[in-house]
Design a protein around this ligand. Structure first.
Ligand code: NAD
Ligand code: ZN
Ligand code: ZN
Length: 346
């Protein structure tokens, strides 16, 4: 079968012909219907060899959707033919976090050598993939897998981040979104749907700001050296009650810390260059600001998002590529000129 793989450290991914996998006991084989391309893949492919943490070649893709093609021995809770999304942050299923569906914070994954698909285990940018357990599948029924697959990460990650700040996003509150890309453009829609807050979006080009407005931002601000002053012109002295940084480089973290108001939340989602950080201390930010850096989301949150999708309240922007052109999707992602999510359709 065809698969897009990261083969050599620092080099572009490649389209390869590899053996079609077979599901082992307790596993499920999916025929992939759609797979999303995330900026985190780019981060991984820029990491030095000693920080990779898993062997190459790696089939990429941690956003996957598919049709169940085959059940491994002992699987009887799902059926061949079902359309499903793959919940990506696989955990052990047994620890305290996993028992609540919070597999993204599994306390035993590292010790047990469990990796998410596309980030250590073979991923979804291929004709088929093996899912380790039916627990990691969410049925989507008749939803279009191409428009739905980004919910597994570009939707789930902002949803998890926003849910943590919901109590602060009351009428009159300001929510700031930095970076209106794959995650950010879904984040804006979720903020509009779940909260009455005013949504202020920041990005680096007029094109991206227009895109942010088109998906629901009330106000847009260019992310430059004047960003803090320009956002504060909108929020007034109260500042923002929640800031979501979907970029995570030092300048955007500084902007986030500069616009947050008293008792507000700063949520750093973007991985940036792997080094940037917020400075926190009594004198560093307004009183009672909380700073957090969440990872992905929970199983139940993905089920909730699919429910939102069924109700038609999300419109994920996608640009599609076939497997033969999938490497081009990664080139476009790195160049920063995608609108929404790149989705590869085998
Ligand atoms: P993307 O490339 O689709 O979007 C990034 C957006 O940020 C683009 O619109 C780009 O123009 C904009 N941007 C770049 N520099 C900017 C700046 N200085 N100011 C404002 N906007 C700027 O990326 P994505 O797939 O949406 O991922 C976003 C980030 O989130 C990445 O760092 C990714 O690795 C990370 N991520 C984190 C998690 C997590 O669990 N914490 C999950 C998924 C992705
Ligand atoms: Zn991702
Ligand atoms: Zn666990």
């Amino acid at each position: 079968m065809k698969a897009i793989q990261y083969v050599r450290v620092g080099e572009a991914p490649e389209l390869n012909e590899i053996e079609k996998p077979a599901p082992g006991p307790g596993q499920v084989l999916l025929e992939i219907t759609a797979a999303g391309v995330c900026h985190s893949d780019d981060f991984v492919m820029n990491a030095p060899a000693d920080q990779l943490g898993f062997p190459l070649p790696l089939t990429l893709g941690h956003e996957g959707a598919g049709r169940i093609a085959e059940l491994g021995p002992g699987v009887d809770t799902v059926e061949v033919g079902m359309n499903v999304l793959v919940y990506g942050p696989w955990g052990c299923g047994v620890c305290w976090f996993c028992s609540q569906g919070v597999e993204n914070y599994c306390s035993r994954a590292e010790q047990l050598g469990i990796f998410p698909p596309g980030l250590g285990a073979p991923g979804a940018i291929a004709e088929y993939m093996v899912v380790d357990s039916p627990r990691h599948l969410v049925p989507i029924g008749e939803l279009d897998p191409i428009k739905t697959v980004p919910l597994t990460d570009a939707g789930l990650t902002p949803y998890h981040a926003i849910k943590l700040s919901l109590p602060k996003l009351v009428p009159g509150a300001n929510a700031v979104v930095i970076g209106a890309g794959g995650l950010g453009h879904v984040g804006i829609q979720l903020l509009r749907h779940l909260t009455p807050a005013r949504v202020i979006a920041l990005d680096v080009t007029e094109d991206k700001l227009e895109f942010a407005e088109s998906v629901g931002a009330h106000e847009v601000v260019l992310s430059d050296e004047n960003a803090v002053a320009n956002v504060r012109k909108i929020t007034g002295s109260a500042g923002a009650q929640a800031v979501f940084d979907f970029v995570g480089y030092q300048p955007t973290i500084d902007t986030a810390m500069g616009v947050v108001g008293t008792a507000g939340d700063v949520t750093i989602v973007g991985l940036g260059d792997g080094k940037a950080a917020a400075k926190v201390g009594f004198w560093a930010q307004p009183y009672e600001v909380a700073v957090r850096s969440p990872y992905w989301g929970t199983r139940n949150e993905l089920i909730e998002l699919v429910d939102l999708a069924h109700r038609g309240v999300l419109d994920v922007a996608v640009e599609t590529f076939d497997l033969d052109n999938g490497v081009e999707a990664y080139r476009r992602l790195a160049a920063g000129n995608l609108k929404g999510r790149a989705v590869i359709v085998p």
